[in-house]
Design a protein around this ligand. Sequence first.
Ligand code: F6R
Length: 609
Amino acid sequence: MCGIVGYVGDRQAAEFLLEGLSKLEYRGYDSAGIAVYNGENIRVEKCVGRLAALREKIKDDVPQGTIGIGHTRWATHGRPSDVNAHPHTDCSGDFVVVHNGIIENYLALKEALIEKGHVFKSETDTEVVAHLLEEVYNGDFEESVREVLRRIEGSYSLVFMCRQHPDRLICTKQDNPLVIGLGDGENFIASDIPAIINRTRRTYILNDGEMAVVKKDAIEITNRKGELVTKKVFEVNWNAEAAEKGGFEHFMLKEIHEQPKAVRDTMSQRIAKDGKRIVMSELKWNADFLNNFNKVYIVACGTAYHAGLVGKFYIEKLARIPVEVDVASEFRYRDPIVDENTLLIVVSQSGETSDTLAALKESKRRGAQTLALTNVVGSSIAREADQVLYTWAGPEIAVASTKAYTTQLILFFMLALYMAEIKGTLPDDEIAHFVSMLQQVPAQISETLSDVEPIKTFAKQYGFNEDVFYIGRSLDYDVALEGALKLKEISYIHAEAYAAGELKHGTLALIVEGVPVIALATQKSVYEKTLSNIKEVKARDAVVIGIAAAGDEELEKYVDHVIHVPETDELLIPILTVVPLQLLAYYAAITRGCDVDKPRNLAKSVTVE
Ligand code: F6R
């Protein structure tokens, strides 16, 4: 995820900017840059690659000055490159900005600014903000930034510099973190606490919509209406390691909690202004393009494969196109029937998984059209595929994939709706209904995350069992597979996911007294059948934890405990039901003292066959 730093004081700004950015390196990035006011101009230095490359670039001529901003970029709009790196400037170079997040209406703003004569250098959404500030600037820096904020939509933390006001930085945030570090005759700004804790532990944490004017010896914070805000100083007492995890004990837990934002970001810019349709400006498909395909394959590994199973369900149900899903390591060696009438969709968080990449290359060689769903801009898979849709989950650091999975599900759902509209397989009002349900998902994930105590208790109760079974039907089965994988990989408990109807064809022999069974029962069309399967395991004295939608009062009659998730359309509920399963795996691993973020034998990115 992008990192932001800022400094104003009497010391050389570049020194802190580089140090602060180095403390954010753990979050992953692809380019870095700084901007420092040198008494005359704002000098910007930036380049693609690691911070070491930036240090090397400026080593004989470090920008001199006591006010500046810096950034490490994780590409979203535009590939990793020197020009796309932040900071970004307007035409004159007088206005400089760094940004985390996504400016959703940047294309419309960019077109309007180009008409007015602005010349853009990068492909980023961020550059629009610098030009917009130049456009509206009326001599009053604060008021002009406010005007910019009135015109931009999206999620952001932003820090602005202006050559005409070299004594101050202005920063603001919406749905992205930003913190101000309080020094003595100097002040700091950062997107995350690790960047500043070597310098100060006294901070102001900005809230959404607040704007701060930060000078070396004064900080003024106002709300959206321009009213002064009095803030309490927040003393950071975390150590550096805890600070990296945002106060969470592990990256995995942090990433589980980041899912509402990751899902919201992945939806942003893909929902039409009227909130009734899906827009995929990256694809520009039409009926001719889609009708050309007699087969869609989804190919991926591990958790991404599990997302693909749900993707198949969505595309078949909504767009009525038959889909086959395969694990990449099998697909590539079974002489698959792939030709120019095949659409191959590969799914990969890292964009570097060797088997998935090989399947993609092989399918291209055989003439298929290819689409990648990935989280990493400029990754090998993104570069190799004909077309790309990005999940905007931000970097995933924990080995066990969580927010990548939920964002992949959201992206598949949007893709299926987009295909359905093109194919005419769903009426407009049904598409609009689904889009409105979709928009509620981030808040529903937050609600699911708000009460983890029962899950902790179950994890303690059952964390030392040898075997755990996950059952479900239809989409519940797909989620069961992901739940079981999470438990296996981080807690080392043997876990099996079974299509509930398959139990009696063999696995039921393993169900004996006290064996925990996690039973998902959210799919209405198979609800009664799932209940029968639950009764089968209860009759063998299994301990059953049911996962149900809010309002379901039936399930609790047949199981030992129930975890409810908010009510939504049954197609979208996998994005919610997976959350308690992630948490269950997490707390079971904690109970067993496992190394949650780095489970044994596993790597985050599998670049070998
Ligand atoms: C499980 C997990 C793995 C990955 C798999 C594919 O939690 O993370 O199963 O999903 O290795 O990785 P990507 O998505 O990077 O291709």
